[in-house]
Design a protein around this ligand. Structure first.
Ligand SMILES: [Zn+2]
Length: 300
């Protein structure tokens, strides 16, 4: 069976693992991203951590099919260049493909982290090899990705579409993307936390805990639910996917909230035959990116 090194790079931590073609993780670890220490330091630390994984999993580097990297974007999968001053300050313009392929002398592929997470769910999780899969992730932001007939969908110039900025209303807070009313402005962790704090709640969890018997909590969550429903409506009518998967930290904590909002929206559709459309919470949790990145490398 083929193996690859999967790496999932986020703003706070980097997950690495030796992963088999069937999705089983032979060995894995995480380290702090600390991007401000510089790109060279991060590559060195990833190199050290990976060599320990090769040892502990009994997989010599020469037996690996390659390296798959999912990285918080924007990244350019065609060139390998990272362009993300927001969550990876200090790495702007650095080339992950060049650096990692030189470190291990292995073919290396780079993708947006949402794309490899969707690819992981497609092969080993809630995607279940759906021909047209759209995944939305709710956490610090709202991300999205599509896998079409087993291939990660890319936009013009290899770019990654930003489904978190689907508009769900014409007003609301001004988003950093340039317009008001994005789904991310209502249903991300910080968006819910901010609306909750205006109502006197000190956390997202406190709002969810109070939803059934507190009018303010139910109002905050109604706005988030409406946003999820509107985004689902746009995705349904724009793509008519077989499967919509919801993932990310917020969904892991409150799966029914997201899935029920989406299913209710789909049940109201009149124009489309939605019998083949299903919605599911992600199954791989925070390992989706790691596993998906490795499998992407094996499949190339
Ligand atoms: Zn936006």
């Amino acid at each position: 069976m083929k193996h690859a090194l999967g790496i999932d790079i986020g703003g706070t931590k980097i997950a690495l693992g030796v992963v088999a073609e069937n999705g089983s993780i032979q060995a894995n670890t995480t380290l702090p991203t600390d991007s401000r220490l510089g790109f060279k330091s991060a590559v060195q630390r990833m190199g050290q951590a990976a060599r320990m994984l090769f040892q502990s999993s009994g997989t010599p580097v020469t037996n690996l099919a390659g390296i798959g990297v999912g990285c918080t974007g924007p990244v350019n999968p065609l060139t390998g260049v990272v362009d993300n001053p927001h969550t990876l300050p200090g790495w702007d313009g650095c080339n992950l493909i060049d650096a990692l392929s030189a470190e291990f002398n292995l073919p290396t592929w780079l993708e947006n982290d949402a794309d490899v997470a969707a690819y992981g769910e497609y092969h080993f999780g809630a995607g279940e090899k759906a021909d047209r899969l759209v995944m939305l992730t709710f956490g610090t932001g709202v991300g999205g990705a599509a896998v079409l007939k087993g291939e990660i969908y890319r936009g013009a110039g290899g770019g990654h579409p930003e489904l978190g900025h689907l508009p769900v209303t014409n007003d609301g807070p001004l988003c950093y993307c340039g317009r008001k009313g994005c789904v991310e402005s209502f249903a991300s962790g910080p968006a819910i936390a901010s609306a909750a704090s205006e109502m006197g709640f000190n956390s997202v969890d406190a709002v969810f805990a109070a939803e059934t018997d507190n009018v303010s909590a139910s109002k905050v969550l109604m706005d988030a639910r409406d946003a999820i429903a509107a985004a689902t409506w746009s995705i349904l009518h724009g793509f008519l996917p077989d499967r919509i998967v919801f993932g990310g930290g917020l969904v892991d904590a409150h799966p029914a909230f997201f899935v029920d909002a989406a299913r209710a929206a789909i049940s109201r559709a009149r124009l489309l035959d939605t019998t083949a459309v299903s919605v599911a919470p992600a199954r791989l949790g925070n390992l989706a990116g790691l596993v998906g990145a490795a499998r992407w490398a094996i499949d190339q």
